[in-house]
Design a protein around this ligand. Structure first.
Ligand code: HEM
Length: 433
């Protein structure tokens, strides 16, 4: 369980609509039918709260930001930041995304074609650059290496926190590497607090997400957010947005390598469109097939493979009642691999998302970004970013994975390639390409 939570799911989640189990002494209801998911996440959204297991993993680092809060506190924060994720705001970030992709390209051009590296780590750096640009305009005083290391260290301790919570160990009992995790959380928070302090001292509020948080007022009391709440949210956006997007890119690049005919179509599309991300950010919308590839990649390898909630009152579902206090799991990874929803479910086929069939598909059969009121606020940002990065790098570089078959996916809150994604890289058209 510490290694990967998907390994303890019952097999029935890949075929049945509703599976009730006693997992480690708790009633856990897995919901994998699109109609029932809709009923739960939309019609009974008011009966769902954050679940203790996930809270134990996230709250020590993220405090009570938008991801970890419920009720009025969540609503206020969601309303406050929503406008920063409007399509026009995302479009304004396209040149910065392209700049981050260009820095990645520079990194890659310095690499020897014989020296393997972990593509996931590399993509995390690219995604971190982009999310920092969106949040804090890439504050130049931040030590990005140290910050990245602290985040990674903290994430490395979260499965212990979740496993302890699942077996009912109280939160005051220390788990392995507890102290290291606590130090890493404190270091990440201190780095963000320093950015907030620098911005306050500068006297310029700014137009990035930090600027919006600084300017936000409670609509009822007019009170601004205090610094701790701002730090909670900055870290929340970084935590929710950087590893997930990096994973989407990592799995997609691996799938493209394994399916040269799909890669050819993507390269052809990019060649025809000749995207100019600086002069014409709207060109992202013309990468139609590349977008289909990303969507299909996130079907097979959804970066966030599980949504968990606790019911706060009895919820009628499919002729039965889910009791108050139950743990409700929506195993997105399994939902996306159900044969009855996805014929030839294990096959990578981006044409599933071609405009015709995709339009007919049930909304709740495909949920890489969740659904209902708590749907991912960064979905548009993530898709745009991934398209810009792919279209900027693919035409120049060819990737060679070290392992013949893709690594096993393992769940550590997110869906990671077990052991990383070791690759070498060569310029297209070179003798190594
Ligand atoms: C491919 C990339 C991404 C994936 C697959 C993804 C997936 C998800 C999913 C499944 C949820 C719902 C979780 C739940 O219901 O419990 C979620 C929520 C969230 N995501 Fe994303 N996400 C991605 C990128 C981003 C980015 C780039 C940002 C921001 C910069 C972001 C910020 C958030 C936030 C703040 C929430 C919580 C929303 C709320 O509770 O109101 N995500 N994400």
């Amino acid at each position: 369980m510490v290694r990967s939570l998907i390994d303890v799911w019952p097999d029935a989640v890949y075929s049945k609509a509703l599976v009730e189990t006693r997992l480690l002494g708790r009633t856990t209801v897995f919901v994998t039918d699109p109609r029932l998911i809709r009923t739960l996440l939309v019609d009974h959204a008011d009966a769902l709260a954050r679940e203790e297991v996930a809270q134990r993993a996230l709250v020590p680092a993220l405090g009570n930001g938008i991801l970890t809060s419920d009720g009025a506190a969540w609503r206020l924060q969601r309303r406050t930041v929503a406008s920063a994720f409007r399509p026009d705001c995302i479009r304004a970030l396209v040149p910065r995304m392209h700049e981050a992709a260009r820095r990645t390209s520079e990194r890659w051009s310095r690499r020897s074609p014989h020296e393997p590296f972990d593509l996931l780590k590399d993509m995390m750096r690219t995604a971190l650059d982009i999310v920092l640009a969106a949040l804090v305009s890439g504050d130049s005083a931040l030590d990005v290496d140290a910050f990245e290391q602290a985040l990674e260290t903290y994430i490395g301790t979260t499965n212990w926190k979740m496993a302890y919570a699942m077996v009912g160990v109280p939160s005051w009992v220390p788990h392995p590497r507890q102290g290291t995790g606590a130090e890493a959380a404190a270091a990440s928070r201190a780095a963000m607090a320093a950015i907030v302090a620098r911005r306050r001292t500068s006297g310029v509020q700014g137009t990035d997400l930090l600027g919006m948080l600084l300017g936000a007022r409670d609509p009822e009391t007019g009170t601004p957010m205090d610094d701790a709440a701002i730090v909670d949210n900055l870290l929340t956006f970084i935590a929710a947005g950087h590893e997930t997007t990096a994973l989407a890119l990592t799995w997609t690049l691996r799938l493209l390598h394994d399916h040269p005919e799909v890669e050819r179509r993507v390269l052809d599309e990019i060649e025809v469109i000749r995207p100019d991300f600086t002069g014409d950010p709207a060109c992202v919308d013309r990468l139609v097939y590349t977008r289909q590839v990303l969507m299909e990649s996130m079907r097979l390898f959804p970066p966030a493979p599980l949504i968990v909630r606790r019911t706060t009152r009895p919820v009628p579902l499919d002729g039965t009642t889910v009791q108050a206090g139950s743990s409700v799991h929506i195993p997105i990874y399994a939902l996306h691999r159900q044969e009855r929803l996805w014929p030839r479910a294990q096959t990578f086929d981006p044409d599933r998302f071609a405009p015709g069939p995709a339009a007919e598909r049930e909304r709740f059969a495909y949920m890489p970004f969740g659904a209902g009121p708590r749907v991912c606020i960064g979905a548009g940002l993530a898709m745009t970013e991934a398209l810009v990065v792919l279209a900027s790098l693919l035409p120049s570089y060819r990737l060679r994975p070290r392992q013949a078959t893709p690594p096993r996916p393992e769940m550590r809150i997110t869906l990671r390639p077990a052991g990383g994604m070791s690759v070498t890289i060569a310029r297209r058209g070179s003798s190594h390409g």
